[in-house]
Design a protein around this ligand. Structure first.
Ligand code: AMP
Length: 225
């Protein structure tokens, strides 16, 4: 199963992506996590990416495309993968198609803007694993500490209000053209065109997860049956 998970920052993509990866045994490929790891490692890509990320802007397409192209060629992607936060722009989606990286399903989560800002303003992250919590909706067992390692949780620099607002604007700018791109692919009757599905991410984490599993289970049965 090859899935793309799209949605505005703060919608809960990363959380849901983790559930999908576990249930279907496919790797979660989060370009945000990959970039944050590069920033922590101080690599050339990390140094370049950081100034865009801190400002809530997108990292240039060329950098991201190369990262993803290399990652999906790794052996653990043989049975499929889940792309979390990629593609973010039409050129990224086109580059995927040009590299013959096929996708079965695109799921786009949506949520009201006030709720998005509330979700990202309460987010806490365990930097080493990418595990996320929320001070109100899914608090860690011990305040400020990761449930598994007990290490400190931090706020993401780009969740501070100015960058968070900017990230929403950037998302809005690209989301519609991207949806049109996939709709166009589908309409042109291309056999390889993925299905595109919009889903509300409103409600508790578990109820969104169950709704998503229902859709994915049905698709898996359809694909193998
Ligand atoms: P995320 O964790 O998905 O919210 O991503 C955090 C930040 O990483 C974004 O605000 C961008 O600066 C950068 N980023 C992640 N994925 C992409 C992408 N596909 N294209 C461009 N920039 C990205």
């Amino acid at each position: 199963m090859r899935i793309i998970l799209l949605g505005p920052p703060g919608v809960g993509k990363g959380t849901q992506a983790r559930f999908i990866a576990q249930r279907y045994g496919i790797p979660q490929i989060s370009t945000g996590d990959m970039l944050r790891a590069a920033v922590r490692a101080g690599s050339a890509i990390g140094l370049e990416a950081r100034r865009y990320m801190d400002a809530g802007a997108l990292v240039p397409d060329g950098v991201i495309i190369e990262l993803v192209r290399d990652r999906v060629r790794e052996p653990d992607c043989g049975a499929g993968f889940l792309l979390d936060g990629f593609p973010r722009t039409v050129p990224q989606a086109q580059a995927m198609a040009a590299a013959a990286i096929r996708v079965d399903l695109v799921v786009e989560f949506w949520l009201a803007r006030e709720e998005l800002l509330e979700r990202s303003s309460g987010r806490l992250v365990h930097p080493a694993s990418g595990r996320t919590y929320h001070v109100r909706f899914s608090p860690p067992r011990v305040p400020g500490k990761d449930n598994i390692t007990g290490e400190d949780l931090v706020r993401r620099a780009d969740d501070e209000s100015e960058a968070a607002t900017k990230r929403l604007e950037v998302y809005d700018l690209h989301a519609v053209p991207l949806a049109y791109y996939y709709a166009g692919l589908r309409a042109s009757g291309g056999q390889d065109a993925p299905r595109y599905l919009r889903m509300s991410a409103d409600g508790a984490v578990d109820s969104v997860r169950d709704k998503l599993f229902k859709v994915l289970d049905a698709r898996r049965v359809a694909a193998t049956g």
